[in-house]
Design a protein around this ligand. Structure first.
Ligand SMILES: [Fe+2]
Ligand SMILES: [Fe+2]
Length: 450
């Protein structure tokens, strides 16, 4: 337990020389740095505490040894007693250490001494044994506000920041100190971002003690959690109900707009992918036979054109086969269209798995198919056609029902029978009808006599 009627040493040659006013929630603290005849008073205070502060300083050092009085900001509880101290210190070289923005205001207390402008001195004060660094904390809570850091002792003299309003005052802050800080900062710090700007600077310091101008002194273990809590404190402008409400309202609007936008974006993405899907589907419909998935007539005719022009360049031969399933109508009539469709799908599967990759298989109508064998010679053609026709000779089992199916085939050869697509198609068609005439299930090669 300290005797608060006396100065208390908080680090070597650094003293608390503040006042303890019983039952007052607003305790004010002055600090003294003893450095021979270059000693320093930090935030000398108001006239209310003047006598007690002066007495405590005198108990440590002669007032004549005071060369500097630091005024962290302009408030009366910080520096209104400076003119009184000037009278008792009686040094021509006494300097009031402050920020130029404070000078404009504090001169109105009647200060006569010269000023030590921290801006002009690169935010430093170098005495015999101490190096003090000054960090600006603008608008927290005065335009010229700053704090003092002593690196050797790792002490931050934080002025009003970290100050607290306390029902029952403790010299050293306990774990509940944030409650007291909150009460003070909510009302006296202008805004969260202004306060956070200063806190960012403090976070970079190596700190053992924070010595604020009000409330409790803070030891290392409490510092980081307090900074964290302060960073999230809504202060200053929030005491205005209208501001609080408008900010909450604006945030709500913003949130709603974001949600709306996200939804809209999702819908756009959804319809974009649906559009891409239907584009793909239309493309397929335009080129493919829906039932079997192979080329339809239109697409086949395009392919045929390409094959013809390439064959004309290379001098290659190819054969075009018209295939028409024999008596297919009976399947539909007997077993229904579903069976017929399945049979067509099975035919497609079986043919596709037995032809070469370079060959083309297409469905051009109900039970009509075209098969195009590219790059052939006569021997290869006959064996290819035999192989294809034999595929139909094997039984078809659809839905557990065994079907026998044959096919009639008409063949035209490029360029022997025709050298253009209409001619080739027409001639293969004629040959196929001949096969039907001859009783189905056979291969007819186009001849002029047909
Ligand atoms: Fe203040
Ligand atoms: Fe203050």
């Amino acid at each position: 337990m300290y005797d608060y009627s006396k100065a208390i040493e908080i680090a070597k040659d650094i003293y608390w020389v503040g006042t303890y006013v019983e039952n007052d929630v607003f305790q004010c603290h002055t600090y003294l740095i003893v450095d021979g005849n270059e000693s320093i008073i930090i935030d000398s205070g108001s006239m209310m505490e003047y006598e007690e502060v002066k007495a405590k300083i005198e108990s440590i050092t002669n007032l004549k040894n005071i060369k500097y009085i630091i005024a962290h900001h302009q408030d009366p509880d910080v520096c209104a007693n400076i003119p009184a101290f000037e009278k008792v210190i009686q040094r021509d070289d006494l300097l009031i250490v402050t920020h130029p923005r404070n000078i404009t205001l504090i001169k109105h207390y009647g200060i006569k001494s010269s000023y030590y402008d921290i801006e002009e001195h690169n935010y430093k004060l170098d005495t015999k044994n101490f190096l003090l660094k000054f960090l600006t904390t603008p608008y927290a809570h005065a335009p010229g506000a700053f704090v003092t850091y002593n690196q050797e002792n790792k002490i931050l003299f934080s002025s009003d920041i970290f100050g607290g309003l306390e029902e029952s005052w403790h010299f050293w802050a306990n774990d509940n100190y944030f409650k007291e800080i909150k009460l003070f900062h909510e009302d006296y710090m202008p805004s969260q971002d202004i306060l956070s700007y200063s806190l960012e600077k403090f976070k970079k310091l190596d700190l053992e003690i924070i010595a604020p101008q009000h409330g409790s002194l803070i030891k290392k273990r409490c510092i980081a959690p307090l900074i964290k809590n302060l960073e999230n404190l809504k202060c200053g402008l929030y005491i205005e109900e209208s501001y609080k409400n408008s900010i909450i309202y604006k945030n709500k609007l913003l949130h709603e707009a974001i949600v709306k936008e996200k939804k809209l974006l999702q819908e756009i993405q959804k319809s974009q992918s649906a559009l891409a899907k239907s584009k793909q589907r239309y493309k397929e419909l335009a080129t493919k036979d829906i039932l079997t998935g192979i080329l339809n007539r239109l697409a086949f005719e395009k392919e045929l054109k390409k094959v013809i022009s390439s064959a004309k360049r290379t001098g290659a031969k190819f054969a075009l086969l018209f295939l028409d399933l024999d008596h297919f109508k009976e399947v539909n009539d007997t077993y229904g269209h579903d069976m017929g469709d399945k049979l067509l799908q099975e035919v497609t599967k079986r043919v596709l798995s037995n032809i070469r990759v370079e060959d083309i298989f297409a469905r051009i109508g109900g039970d009509e198919f075209i098969l195009l064998f590219t790059n052939i010679n006569k021997e290869a053609l006959h064996s290819l056609i035999d192989k294809t026709v034999s595929l139909f000779g094997k039984p078809w089992v659809i839905n557990g029902i065994k079907l026998n199916m044959t096919t009639s085939v008409g063949v035209s050869i490029f360029p022997d029978d025709a050298d253009n697509e209409t001619g080739l198609m027409k001639k293969a068609d004629i040959a196929m009808y001949k096969s039907k005439e001859l009783g189905c299930n056979q291969v007819v090669y186009f001849e002029k006599s047909l």
